[in-house]
Design a protein around this ligand. Structure first.
Ligand SMILES: *Cc1c(COP(=O)(O)O)cnc(C)c1O
Length: 487
């Protein structure tokens, strides 16, 4: 399987690249992204066969269908990392919460958020490719709190890789910060920035674009890369669990083969939702992918009205920070799939220059064949967390809670809602929602655990007594210097 570019080819880069090329060098022509040239299709036989198989078997066979240039042994090793999840046999439990509402829990990996689903196997493959090529990479990551811990965890002590992770000092939860600053791999550097997530992200983009920085690195024999969610090496692992969720409902006789379901996805950069879209296109009987947002509701506007409009918008900080995003990068891959490279390039250029683009009514209708969307305010999120914890005995984090409004609107099919983080990562918001009081993470964790009889995983408990390894907090201007000192 070869990969092509969402904004067309500039005549300098190759017209098509292999999977390993696309993940090591993810920047395509004109600022575009790599996408598979075609998607494999799954027939009834594939679903019937995998009704009895494990998550890893499903994943392996699915990846084989993509025919990527990664050999079987390496794929298998990468998938074996799912053995580190709470239940190695079933890394993604699907829990029935109400009539017609099934929550697929994507947070049972080492850092308790859904980023592990892709970053665990992806990190292993990237490091193995780098080693094989005899190349050394510096991976830059900027995080609002979930990507950082998952990136550090996957690359910790891996050969041929160093990681520099930037986070906004004071801008994450205690649990998220401790997950980063207590990581002890020798190849990891965690840097707090005096600023917010946007500052961290801007610093990262500037470094990735800086020829001077690249030159300095190349003198040290180091190449620069990023493990952000536009890398197709992450997306490919995010197709699997949507198919797994469908199979789970089949296994439990909630549906028979061919009956449709909805997926409800708490969305930020649209990687998770894109995986669902690809799963549908490959033949999984999914009616719609329902896009849940918080008060940063650009995706709701796009899918309801066909307008991506940032002209009078600024980022709103919410209790679901991983979804506080205005430029949702992976939407571009859907635009490409539906409207082609020339139109995608035009739309993305409009967004860059005018902060705005608008789909035609035919284009909007095409988008709405696969998607619907709605957004939820922080107040509604808090009320949902409280209602579900106390009345339905299901504890959810603020990101997961944004899915419920769409479940209520779309009861025509069984709904699989994705839980993207464990409540333990956002305990202060959850306690605030349930008891209306403020506390820091450690106190909030204990209060909720006691009141609702839910366990706190050891990995979270231990954080509060682990030694702090990374205490660097710097001004934005000092980031580059700090990274070079580490190298
Ligand atoms: C990253 C993240 C999201 C958003 O996922 P995308 O694939 O970027 O849309 C939602 N919830 C949580 C908890 C996350 O960490």
């Amino acid at each position: 399987m070869q990969f092509i570019e969402t904004r067309g080819n500039d005549g300098v880069k190759p017209k098509e690249v292999s999977f390993s090329e696309a993940i090591l060098n993810p920047a395509a022509s004109y600022g575009g992204l790599y996408v598979p040239k075609s998607l494999p299709s799954l027939d009834e036989e594939f679903f019937k066969k995998h009704q009895a198989s494990s998550y890893k078997e499903l994943a392996f066979d699915l990846l084989k269908k993509f025919d990527i240039d990664i050999e079987d042994d390496l794929l298998q090793e990468a998938l074996d990392l799912y053995d580190r999840f709470d239940d190695p046999k079933n890394p993604v439990p699907v829990v029935q919460v109400r009539d017609g509402l099934y929550v697929a829990e994507l947070y049972h990996g080492p850092t308790r958020a859904f980023k592990d689903m892709a970053l665990q196997p992806f990190g292993h493959i990237l490091s193995a490719l780098a080693k094989r090529r005899g190349e050394n990479y510096l991976i830059l990551a900027a995080t609002s709190g979930d990507t950082g811990p998952a990136t550090l965890e996957t690359f910790k002590n891996k050969p041929n890789i160093k990681v520099a992770c930037l986070y906004p000092a004071g801008g994450t939860s205690d649990v998220q910060r401790l997950q980063m600053v207590t990581e002890d791999g020798k190849n990891l550097k965690v840097i707090g920035i005096k600023g917010d997530f946007d500052d961290a992200q801007t610093a990262l983009k500037n470094l990735l674009a800086s020829e001077r920085f690249k030159e300095t690195l190349s003198q040290k024999g180091i190449k620069l890369s990023a493990a952000n969610s536009v890398n197709f090496g992450r997306i490919i692992f995010q197709i699997i669990y949507h198919i797994h969720a469908y199979l789970e409902l089949l296994r439990r006789d909630v549906i028979t083969f061919g009956q449709k379901i909805h997926l409800i996805v708490p969305s930020g950069n649209f990687g998770n939702a894109l995986g669902g879209y690809y799963a549908k296109k490959m033949g999984t009987p999914i009616d719609k992918i329902l896009i849940a947002s918080n008060a940063n509701n650009v995706l709701t506007e796009l899918i309801q009205n066909g307008r991506y409009d940032l002209r009078n918008k600024s980022l709103i900080k919410t209790t679901s920070p991983a979804m506080d995003i205005l430029k949702s990068s992976n939407v571009e891959r859907v635009l490409f799939d539906k409207f082609g490279a020339a139109r995608t390039k035009e739309l993305m250029e409009d967004l860059a220059t005018k902060n705005y683009y608008e789909l035609t009514s035919e284009e909007l209708a095409a988008l709405r064949e696969d998607f619907d969307a709605d957004f939820t305010t922080d107040e509604e999120v808090a009320a949902t967390i409280k209602e579900y914890a106390l009345e339905h005995r299901y504890l959810m984090d603020p990101h997961t809670a944004t899915t419920i409004k769409l479940y209520k609107k779309h009861k025509e099919y069984p709904c699989v809602a994705y839980s993207t983080a464990e409540w333990t990562k956002f305990a202060p918001s959850v306690l605030q929602a349930i008891e209306g009081r403020t506390a820091r993470d450690q106190e909030a964790l204990e209060a909720i655990s006691k009141r609702l009889g839910v366990a706190i995983p050891d990995r979270i408990k231990e954080l509060f007594s682990k030694p702090i390894i990374h205490d660097t907090v710097v001004e934005k201007e000092k980031i580059e210097e700090e990274i070079l000192r580490f190298l």
